[in-house]
Design a protein around this ligand. Sequence first.
Ligand SMILES: [Ca+2]
Ligand SMILES: [Ca+2]
Ligand SMILES: [Ca+2]
Length: 180
Amino acid sequence: MSIVKHLFATIALSTATVFAHASVLTYTQTITPSKQVKINKSDVDGYDINFDILSKGYNPLTQSLTSGVLTFTLTDNAGDESFEFDIGSGKFLQTYTGSNVPNHQEKSYTVNLQKSLADLAKDGQLTVNLSSTSGDYIFVSSTLTAQATNLDTTTNVPEPASLALIGLGMGALALRRRKS
Ligand SMILES: [Ca+2]
Ligand SMILES: [Ca+2]
Ligand SMILES: [Ca+2]
């Protein structure tokens, strides 16, 4: 292999390493109503909460959303109940169901965004509708944690190691020229 070919092979390898180490961006948003919200089966519209990570710096044009997790904290006064969370909408709708929110204590429920991740990725916004399918419960708060990576490759600068290799390659070329 000529020195030049070897040099380019080394640079290509180094660049791939830079991509693999692209930094992970984390966005977190917590929604807490000013007073606790009771959700009844008789409220047919349920209760909407709206997440927006655009305001946190997410940019759908330059970043790729890799994961998202929602946690919901609920509590209850009395009785047994069942609930449904509609996360996202249309073809990205993801539904989570549960039952029997503990009385007089808080419980957190964790949902990984799967289908609904694309809803959030598209425009940085995600609406969740909380409803009851029997009885009532109290919504305390919800937190969204999403992770993204930069798509923009122009910000990836060569690592010092590959710069040093380029320097070595140039030196070798210069030596060769002097010899011939
Ligand atoms: Ca209960
Ligand atoms: Ca959306
Ligand atoms: Ca109840």
